[in-house]
Structures are given as structure tokens and as C-alpha cells.
Design a binder for this molecule. Structure first.
Ligand code: SAM
Ligand code: SF4
Length: 325
């Protein structure tokens, strides 16, 4: 691809990865993600249509985007999502999904046929009661069935666990669960995205200390698809596996940031931690590739060198379900 076509921010970072939220709707209500009491979902009329998304994806592909992660809200609640996925793989073959796992069991065969490359499934606890406390939905059993079904396929499967005081006592149980399924588990540090999570925050350092009491840990240069995760192998008698950390508070991995985030109403959010957004909707609806790319370049010029997230002070206007985590 010519140097002229690639998308680059003002710090020289080349963008190759799109994180696309296709809906802000979700059937769960995780306290760290959907904290607002009287939240309003976007009206359907404000969300980009599938046709508009295809144009956006084709344009981005022509300018160096190689991988797309579909997220939300919960992407599987979007009506027509499975047909949409098939079309997306024809435009950008490297398609990845982040999901709460609720719908996986029923859809897994089709997802394999479509050729989805990887699926990250959120799981914070193995206790049914705690699952309800965190998500407000009694669905642990169903999610576990979805995880097992996905782990049994050739789709790269990972568990994402947000680590909190609420589930700190389950760290090694969750690792064993993932090890038994032979899939990696990643511990995500809580981020103060619109929510008051300070009281629940647990650092990567604390998680590692707990793991090391039971497992031998070794840093590995592993990559499972995309993203800023740092991986370790973990081993104890009769068990081994892979543990990753995504620690936006402890580390700043912005130097290697190669992604853009676009919300379901077509706004390019320059950084997860910043409320600065540029709407691309007008350009998408005009189907004008040149104008769309110019708008994206203008947004990229605003991308900060580093995020400024601090668990004690940071606050954003939008919550994670509205941005697309
Ligand atoms: N509904 C899907 C799911 O739960 O995987 C996709 C969207 S969700 C916003 C994507 C990821 O963001 C999930 O793994 C979730 O745990 C994580 N997340 C949400 N709010 C967060 C927060 N405040 N700090 C850290 N991770 C968060
Ligand atoms: Fe829904 Fe995912 Fe947010 Fe939980 S983390 S409320 S499942 S979007």
C-alpha cells in the first residue's frame, strides 16, 4: 500500500486495526460498564445502518485497515448480526468479536462457517450469585456453555476477566477453568470510564502476586490476534496455560497503539480515555470516500500521544457500553 494511502496519526503511528461498535444495546448491565441509572440508548435512526457500515469498512480497507473487532454493547443483540458478519468477512477477512457469551452456544456453528478469526468472551466469576451481582442477569450457566462450545472450535478463543475486589478470590479458579479448556485468560484492570470503580480497583501487581503463590509464571512473546495484552505461561503440577494482562492503569501501552474506535453512531473516538470524538456520519452517508478519509485524518490528528487515565481522578462523559470496549 502506498505511503499516501495509509492512515497515520501525528506521532507516526500507522492505524491497521478498527474497533467497531455496532450497537450500544446490551442484555447485561455490568456495573463497571453501564453504571448510569437513567441511561438512554441511542435511537435506532442514529445508528449507522449495515449498508453504511459496509461502505465505511470498504473505505478503511482501502486505507490499510487489516483487522476489525466488532463490539458493543453486545454485538449479538443487533438484529441481523450473523448476516452482517458474513458480509464483513468479504470486505475485511480478519474479523474478531468481543462478546458477553450469552448467544454463542446457538450461533457457534455458523460463526465457524463464516470464518471468524477470534472471539473474546467476558467472564468475571464462576459463582452464579456473583455473576448476577456483577451483570444483573442470571446467565452464568448459559455463558459457560457458550465458552465451552467456542473453545471446542478452531476459532481462537480467549476469556476476558475484569479484575476487581469482588472477584479477587477467584483468580486461580478462573485460571484453572481456562487451562482446562486450553484457552488463554486475560485479566483487565478496571478503567474509570464514566464509572466510579475506584473502590473495586485491583492492580496487575496484586494479581501477579496471587498467581505466583500457586503457579510458576514466565513472560512469553505470544500474540493471539490483536491488542495490547502481555502474556505469561503459568504452570503447576498437572496444569498449564496462558495468562494475559491488559493493564491500562499500570502500564501505558499507547506507544504501539495502532487502532481506531468508531461508535455505533459513526463517531471516531480518538482515544478510549478521551471524550474527543469526530463524527463521520455525514461523509459516510454521502458515500464520498475522499471526504470520509479526510475526516478520519482530521480525527487522527487529534489522537493524543498517551492516555491520561488515572484511577483516582479520571472521568469520561460516555460509559463503556456507549463507546465500545
Ligand atoms: N458486551 C461485550 C462484552 O461484555 O464482552 C462487548 C462490549 S464490553 C464493553 C467489552 C469489554 O469491556 C468487556 O470485556 C468488559 O468487561 C470490558 N469493560 C467494560 N467496562 C470496563 C471498565 N470500566 N474497565 C475495564 N474493562 C471494562
Ligand atoms: Fe454489556 Fe459487555 Fe458492558 Fe457487560 S461489559 S454491560 S456485557 S457491554
Amino acid at each position: 500500500m502506498s505511503e499516501k494511502k495509509v492512515l497515520k496519526d501525528s506521532f507516526g503511528r500507522i492505524v491497521t486495526y478498527l474497533r467497531l461498535s455496532i450497537t450500544d444495546r446490551c442484555n447485561f448491565r455490568c456495573f463497571y460498564c453501564k453504571p448510569i441509572k437513567d441511561f438512554k440508548y441511542l435511537p435506532h435512526s442514529e445508528m449507522l445502518s449495515f449498508e453504511e457500515l459496509y461502505f465505511l469498512l470498504a473505505t478503511l480497507k482501502n486505507h490499510g485497515i487489516k483487522k476489525v473487532r466488532l463490539t458493543g454493547g453486545e454485538p449479538f443483540v443487533k438484529h441481523g448480526f450473523m448476516d452482517f458478519l458474513s458480509e464483513v468477512t468479504k470486505i475485511i477477512p480478519s474479523v474478531h468479536i468481543t462478546t458477553n457469551g450469552y448467544f454463542l452456544k446457538n450461533e457457534i456453528d455458523t460463526l465457524v462457517k463464516i470464518g471468524i478469526k477470534s472471539i473474546n468472551i467476558s467472564l468475571d466469576t464462576l459463582s452464579p450469585d456473583k455473576f448476577v451481582e456483577i451483570t444483573k442477569v442470571n446467565a452464568l450457566d448459559r455463558v459457560l456453555k457458550g465458552i465451552k462450545a467456542t473453545a471446542n472450535t478452531n476459532i481462537t478463543t480467549k476469556i476476558n476477566t475484569v479484575i476487581m475486589k469482588k472477584n479477587i478470590n477467584e483468580i486461580t479458579t478462573l485460571i484453572s477453568f481456562a487451562n482446562n479448556l486450553r484457552i488463554p485468560i486475560r485479566f483487565i484492570e478496571l478503567m474509570p470510564i464514566s464509572s466510579e470503580v475506584r473502590k473495586e480497583f485491583v492492580s496487575e501487581k496484586t494479581v501477579k502476586e496471587i498467581i505466583k503463590k500457586e503457579y510458576k509464571m514466565n513472560r512469553e512473546q505470544l500474540s493471539f490476534g490483536i491488542g495490547p495484552s502481555i502474556y505469561y505461561t503459568v504452570e503447576k503440577e498437572g496444569e498449564k496455560g496462558i495468562v494475559g494482562f491488559i493493564s491500562a492503569i499500570t502500564h501505558n501501552f499507547c506507544e504501539s497503539c495502532d487502532k481506531i474506535r468508531i461508535t455505533s453512531d459513526g463517531k471516531l473516538r480518538v482515544c478510549l480515555a478521551s471524550d474527543e470524538e469526530v463524527s463521520l456520519k455525514k461523509e459516510i452517508q454521502k458515500k464520498d470516500e475522499k471526504e470520509l478519509i479526510n475526516a478520519i485524518r482530521r480525527a487522527l490528528d487529534k489522537k493524543p500521544e498517551k492516555h491520561n487515565m488515572n484511577i483516582y481522578e479520571h472521568k469520561t462523559d460516555k460509559a463503556m457500553f456507549q463507546i465500545g470496549g
